[in-house]
Design a protein around this ligand. Sequence first.
Ligand code: CP
Length: 305
Amino acid sequence: MLNRKDLLGLIDATEAEITEILDLAQTFKNRLRTGEKKMTHLQGKTVTILFYENSTRTRTSFEEAAKYLGATVVNIEASTSSVAKGETLVDTGKTLDAQKNDFIIMRHPMGGAPYLLAKTVKAGVLNAGDGINEHPTQALLDMLTMREYFGTLKGLKVAILGDIKHSRVAKSNLFGLKTMGAEVRMYAPETLIPKGIDQLGAKLCKSREEALDGADVVMGLRIQLERQQAGNFPSLGEYAANYGVDEKALSYAKPNAIILHPGPVNRGVELTSGVIDHERSRIEDQVLSGVAVRMAVLALLNEGR
Ligand code: CP
């Protein structure tokens, strides 16, 4: 049971909470592998999915998770709802509360938007990504994928390469992995490293080799061109050559290192096709972890209500 109304970030998640989520998610993942998709944890509950930004993985996996647990699921497209007529987030939240929604899953381009919604509504709010702030369930699914492969997160060396400045995934992973006892290394052009991230516990590396040396996990992050007003590096080709991961760069990591990417991937930029499709790539496994983790978070928040 999670003793909180909402899941807005991992910045304040405890080791006990993360462990409880991952343990239940592993149970759900094992069941999904056998084809079991009919459970009753959320029977009689309504889950609304409110996305103000595009998504493939997060939206579909939350919808699948809620449906597999027996909930009624409502999808709201911001572009075709009254948001497009100027309705505020708070008023949209009040409407969803009046309809007796139990959970609202929200993605929003502005960091902090789910915190505002959570303060306004009685429903539990799950942050499905807010601007460049946090994406807690993505980090949880990344941790589930790592923990299933290595048996533990404690002591793992996780190298994160890519657009860290604009990445909510990097921040949630940093908070979660540090809490669970892993080492988090980061490498990117200086223009894509947010100021102060080392104060939060990230080990900033001076070269790709230093970041990957002896790493257990190699995580590429998407270059988010849509969030960049000005070029932060000369060209995608130069980024790939100097900061991307190809098979030579991968060889600096441990021989059993796994490859992760939250998706969507810019093939040939963050990772080469050879690395994406490598036998140690767990990118597809991350997607299954995503459904299982979202089931676990919904089930545990519901128990706490
Ligand atoms: N990883 C992730 O958030 O993917 P989507 O944008 O497709 O949901």
